[in-house]
Design a protein around this ligand. Sequence first.
Ligand code: ZN
Length: 428
Amino acid sequence: MKKNLVVIHMESLSNQILFQEMNNLKYFMKMKSESIDFPNFMSSASSSIMAFTDFFYGNDWELDLTTNFENDFKIAKKDKNLFTILHSEGYYAKGIAYPKPWKDEVNTYDIWDVPNNIYDYSSSNEEEFYHNIFNAMENAKKQELPLALHVWDIRSHLYYTDELKEKGKNFFERRSLGYQSIDRTFKNVVKYLDELDMLDNTIIVAYGDHGDEFWSHSLNGGFCHSMEPYSTLVHTPCFVYDKTIKPSVNKNLVSLIDLKWIILDLLNINYNNKFDDIGCNALQIEREFVFSRNLLANQTSKYNGVLRKSYSVTNKDYHLIISPLGLEFYMYKVDPHNTFNLLSFFAIDNNAEILDFDNRGAWHTHFRNVMRNDQIEDIKENFKIMYKELLRYVNKKNQYVLDNNGTNILKHINFRKIKEQGNYQWNA
Ligand SMILES: [Zn+2]
């Protein structure tokens, strides 16, 4: 019998939020410690539907010709949806979310695309949601088919709520109740699989789709995600739980677009991709870089420009972002909130060659111990390589837009600018 698959899309859960909400995610933390954990996982997008689509299709191109989500939503189907592949491999494929999103892009625009199936938002309360999850598992078992189930508990999104979350007396409590709901969902998924005697033959894959920022970089019209892909938003938790595999930590860089290919490998399914520019099996291949973005390649900068089109490249130590405000470069693991743009210490020439280092008045021994010559050289070297990678990635996206008569690209000229630090107090 083929292995069952349960995927849990963890709504609005970044590593930053996990750290803040750990006490409300105790079951999740226990499972994570018993899994193959991916501490260097990055989401490819800073919002839900982009992340959702990237996961299913295993590439980050499917929605790129969309100019806006309201009236021009286009899904290219360059490759096959993971669950469509599993369906054709004989799986009982089902997607269940709760509560219902304000508009159902998943079914309306056929992102889900699994034959004879819809992505199910019918649950009107938690009890029904869990009942529907149990039913899907039981149906697969009764029909003697392997199960492929995608579960999306949306209550941890700050917009979505239900009766239980509304019991919170302020935002903090409602937020924690949202994360407690994810935790209950994990607990119940494992409990039901166990009750149905399916757990030993099941792989559970969980990924965080993005985080939230409380306007730490700018107001962005009030958006908490969907803005520039700071690591606060795209550095998210991810793990693969399988009772038959020994727990471990896999330190490879892994992108959300890789999970489809990792899952196919873990399920021993041979599939010939239709499209070339896809994620990889990052369990086997050591990636040097992963990419993220906030808007689609041809999307207009939304809401009178409050959301700036931007892209990022990440390696194990650094995170480089390009937006219309210019370049930002962060040591994201020691500066997880991405507050200090390293490029403030450097000038760059027209070839993006980093020029002289300027300490800007930081003479203290703390500073000198961090910014030794070897560290300055490390910053320069990494910037040079990552700049090229990011430029290559953005060029590819822009070319695709232009080849398809689109116009809303991120202009090259931005690669010559360094984002100002705003009202940073250099010498207060
Ligand atoms: Zn989301």
